[in-house]
Design a protein around this ligand. Sequence first.
Ligand SMILES: [Zn+2]
Length: 224
Amino acid sequence: MTTTRAPYIIPWAGEITLPEPLMITPGGVFYVDPRVDQRHRDDDDVLWEACGGQQTGPRIYALLHPARQREAMRNLLCATCGGPASRNADGMLWLMPLLAGPPAEGTTWEGVQTTIPPSCEPCADRVTAGCPWLRDGHVRLRARVAEQIGVRGTRYSRTGQPSLAEDDDALVLYDSPDARYVVARHAVRELGWVAVEAVVTAATTPSGAACPYAGVALADGVSA
Ligand SMILES: [Zn+2]
């Protein structure tokens, strides 16, 4: 047991990605050991990073632990405590960092894609001041729809070329041909029927920075 209060999805320094050998074939990317391969495929047959190591050392806030992030996203667990996320009549609670400044005028957050799992009410009220992702500004959203659309991870070439990674942080959708050529690190959900509850900006938030979500398009045809 640990008494550390860092969020559930934040890895310890001792938790590492295991260097399991990979092979790239015309059928996709595989772990060379078929037993390892089988253990690291999700319900959509996407391959995931092999996590190992131990929960020792400091917490690494810049990263999300692949297995716990995936579990929290799949089961809609709170990113901080791992308990059930909160819902009300307006939908599930999500906290999003503003990252590069306050959102541009008129940003609705509809259709925003996120690797950060939802939140429960008690955690949302207490974590934002201490969390490096959220303390410089965040938005508190309710979303009625949060479809699992794909993963972020290392995408390999589909051309049959040697196993050079094309992109080590690619967004790959489940219905893409690239889904067989990615080693996933994080699950991605897309939020729909979004209602903004609050935008919280810190006094130190830089002004004039481009909002990373300014280009978020309104999603058409979202069904409940
Ligand atoms: Zn919580």
